[in-house]
Write a protein of this length. Structure first.
Length: 324
């Protein structure tokens, strides 16, 4: 009799465990950078928050260093539904949602505080809504950071110093147009390929926020860093829209709230990297040029910016510039 009760109890326990397992939905999210980075803390925090906020009914597996492909590949996978989630810089985003190109205009934002106010306000929310018709649910704007230039050839102090440098750029049409305006020989390339390309001399340099330069260990293959601050680079949490739409309302909110918390931690890490990054990179042997005349770089792009005003409309650009 006791054995029967034990067997029945064991069967019930196994049944409950199987039921719990069946109720757990596993999803994937990926980044192209290392886990110990501003993007890594973003998706790690997001995954933890999703699991906590849904009582373990959803589990998000995290992948780093382009393990599921570069940013464009991951975004394509999310759009197709073969991957549920991705966290990406704005690099390839305009290839999917052209309206987002405006955020990559050089020298558009005064600083990170200005950019964050734009992204968290009406303009940013309007842009997030543009993703719906493209097969995505854009959960939140996050941050890649303010971009600077590195290279292995020479110090960059003035715009003319950039002429003829072979630079890796993101697969972003606005960036490519702007850098050609500096006389740079642009080489669009997925991020996971960049370190090797720099190491082998396929390209002379690249441009990225300090957070990416540090986590990518670019000081090992680049001698010179110039704090050009030429572009503010957003990042974004993306989800397959059909997958999001199937969630109950409470779970939808849990994913949105988790992305906002991931953004908060992500931005804090960017601030930390910006505060200590220059000293760290100098200590590792990089030559850092931090006394650039920003106005000269802005002036050098005057013809390109005139083209951007025609493309995006002066009113749209001024609306962003006027945000406090």
């Amino acid at each position: 009799m006791q054995f029967t009760r034990f067997a029945a109890g064991l069967g019930l326990a196994l049944s409950l465990a199987a039921g719990a397992a069946a109720q757990t939905t596993t999803m994937r999210i990926s980044i192209s950078t290392a886990q110990n980075s501003h993007q890594g803390v973003a998706i790690d925090t997001f995954a933890k928050e999703v699991e906590q906020r849904t009582g373990g009914r959803y589990k998000v597996q995290t992948f780093y260093n382009g393990a599921l492909g570069g940013e464009r590949e991951s975004i394509e996978s999310v759009q197709l539904g073969t991957q549920e989630l991705a966290f990406s810089s704005s690099g390839p985003i305009p290839n999917f949602v052209p309206e987002s190109k405006i955020l990559d205009v050089p020298f558009l934002f005064r600083d990170k505080a200005h950019a964050r106010a734009v992204l968290d306000g009406p303009i940013g929310q309007e842009l997030l809504a543009k993703f719906d018709s493209k097969g995505f649910k854009a959960l939140a704007w996050a941050e890649n950071g303010v971009r600077h230039m590195t290279n292995s050839k020479r110090e960059i102090r003035e715009p003319g110093d950039l002429k003829g440098l072979k630079m890796r750029t993101m697969e972003n049409p606005v960036h490519i147009a702007a850098y050609k305006g500096f006389g740079i020989i642009t080489t669009p390339m997925a991020f996971p390929e960049v370190f090797t390309a720099l190491q082998q001399g396929t390209v002379d340099g690249q441009e990225n926020p300090l957070s990416v330069i540090i986590s990518g260990k670019f000081e090992q293959v680049q001698k010179h860093l110039s704090l050009t601050g030429h572009v503010y680079s957003p990042a974004i949490f993306l989800m397959h829209k059909a997958t999001f739409d199937k969630l109950p309302a409470a779970d939808k909110q849990a994913f949105l709230d988790a992305a906002r918390e991931g953004t908060r931690v992500n931005r804090a890490r960017v601030d930390e990297d910006d505060a200590k990054g220059v000293a760290d990179l100098r200590a590792k042997g990089m030559t850092v040029i931090d006394d650039l005349d920003r106005a000269k770089f802005v002036a050098a792009l005057a013809p390109v910016n005139a083209a951007f005003e025609k493309q995006f409309g002066k009113a749209a650009l001024d609306r962003i510039r006027s945000v406090q």
